[in-house]
Design a protein around this ligand. Structure first.
Ligand code: UD1
Ligand code: UDP
Length: 364
């Protein structure tokens, strides 16, 4: 089976690592296209190195830009690559502009599309990711869902063919790389952290970065809570912090520690030993859940409703008061989070389904 995989942004490298490994182990051919959406070493190459993902066969070098410019440039170049490679499937991940470009380029060329992490919905049409997900799911022939909620979301939009509940490849990744992180990461020692005596925070969604009031409110909460806050800063956020005029606030709060984005192995260590995770990241809400670390979601809603229903995630938005109060007063579950993201076999199940269907098509 010939797969053409489209990757471009940080979370996609992590989602793809277990799938790429399973593909290679089963003897399938994978042609890896990096769109170049993320390009800093700490946003891209570090994940290929740490997770053993093969170097991309081609990097389209698209880089940053407005949605139309970025997605359009990807689309043009992906079309050429797909025509040249003629794969059995184009495989796309998640909900970024790289996902949509891959799905759209393929569907126009009548190449079947498989979508990993299909069916997620925030029901918030102001999010670029929501457009990307909906459009990608409606282009896809095979939809690999991480949760039952995702399957239900697709059914509500009339998509029932080609839908498979396989679990979450990010859970596969945590299981596969947890031990390596324990062996290799020295991040706790480097930052002088004591387990369960710090908060871990990330912020990168336009809802927060592009609204100075939200950004100020979140930073004020980090400062006011008085706890050690480890804050690996996404490059999008770095510039916006200066614009939102929060640097003065941070100067008097050395316990709020802004650091460069970290690699996945360091992140796994930081996550599992944090007292709590505060984030607007989709992936980190799930990872908090996998590690049974309480999570505060710095957004008005979440796609990962299971984590909220289980009591391990509280959606607090960007309100300083809600963040500070929840940090101090919320009671968290005493029992382990229910296993709602599969059994760590999502990658294997997905490629088995892909291979079976490819075989069936060939024998028709
Ligand atoms: C993208 C995804 C988002 C995902 C996030 C993961 C879209 C629409 N958004 O958001 O769903 O959660 O990736 O991290 O696809 N930049 C750098 N260096 C880099 C990459 C980005 O400096 O290596 C800066 C640039 O100023 C760029 C900005 O970050 O303009 C935003 O990057 P972009 O890829 O457009 O969106 P993200 O916010 O990263
Ligand atoms: N991540 C990382 N280093 C960081 C921040 C995030 O390795 O400094 C990992 C995190 O563990 C998760 C993924 O990147 O696996 C989430 O990506 P991100 O938050 O950028 O995107 P989202 O999940 O919101 O789409």
């Amino acid at each position: 089976m010939n797969i053409l995989t489209v990757l471009g942004a940080r979370p996609q490298f992590i989602k793809a690592a277990p799938v790429s490994k399973a593909l290679r182990e089963a003897g399938h051919h994978e042609y890896l296209v990096h769109t170049g959406q993320h390009y800093d070493h700490a946003m891209s190459q570090i994940f290929f190195d740490e997770l053993g993902i093969p170097q991309p066969d081609v990097n389209l070098g698209v880089g940053s830009g407005g949605h139309g410019k970025q997605t359009g440039a990807m689309l043009m170049r992906l079309e050429e690559v797909i025509l040249e490679q003629r794969p059995d499937w184009v495989l796309v991940y998640g909900d970024t502009n790289s996902t949509l470009a891959g799905a759209l380029a393929a569907v126009k060329l009548h190449v079947p599309v498989a979508h990993v992490e299909a069916g997620l919905r925030s029901f918030n049409r102001t999010m670029p990711e929501e457009h990307n997900r909906i459009l990608t799911d409606h282009c896809a022939d095979l939809l690999f869902c991480p949760t039952q909620t995702a399957v239900n979301n697709l059914a509500h939009e009339g998509i029932t063919q080609g839908v498979h509940l396989v679990g979450d490849t990010m859970y596969d990744a945590v299981l596969q790389f947890g031990e390596l992180a324990r062996q290799r990461s020295r991040i706790l020692e480097t930052l002088g952290l004591t387990p369960k005596q710090y908060l871990l925070a990330t912020v990168h969604r336009p809802y927060n970065t592009d609204n100075p009031e939200h950004l100020r409110s979140i930073i004020a909460a980090f400062v006011e809570c008085g706890e050690t806050v480890i804050f690996p800063v996404h490059p999008r956020t770095r510039a916006r912090l200066a614009e939102a005029d929060v640097m003065a606030m941070l100067k008097d709060a050395p316990q709020v520690r802004l650091i460069e984005p970290v690699g996945y192995l360091d992140m796994l260590m930081l996550e599992q030993h944090a007292r709590m995770i505060l984030t607007d990241s989709g992936g980190m809400q799930k990872e908090a859940y996998f590690f049974a670390v309480p999570c505060l979601t710095l957004r008005p809603e979440t796609e990962w409703v299971e984590t909220v229903e289980a009591g391990w995630n509280v959606v607090v938005g960007a309100s300083k008061e809600r963040i500070v109060t929840t940090l101090a007063e919320h009671t968290w579950p005493s029992s382990a989070p229910p296993a709602v993201f599969g059994a760590g076999q999502a990658a294997l199940q997905s490629i088995t389904i892909l291979a079976t269907i490819t075989q069936e098509k060939r024998s028709v």
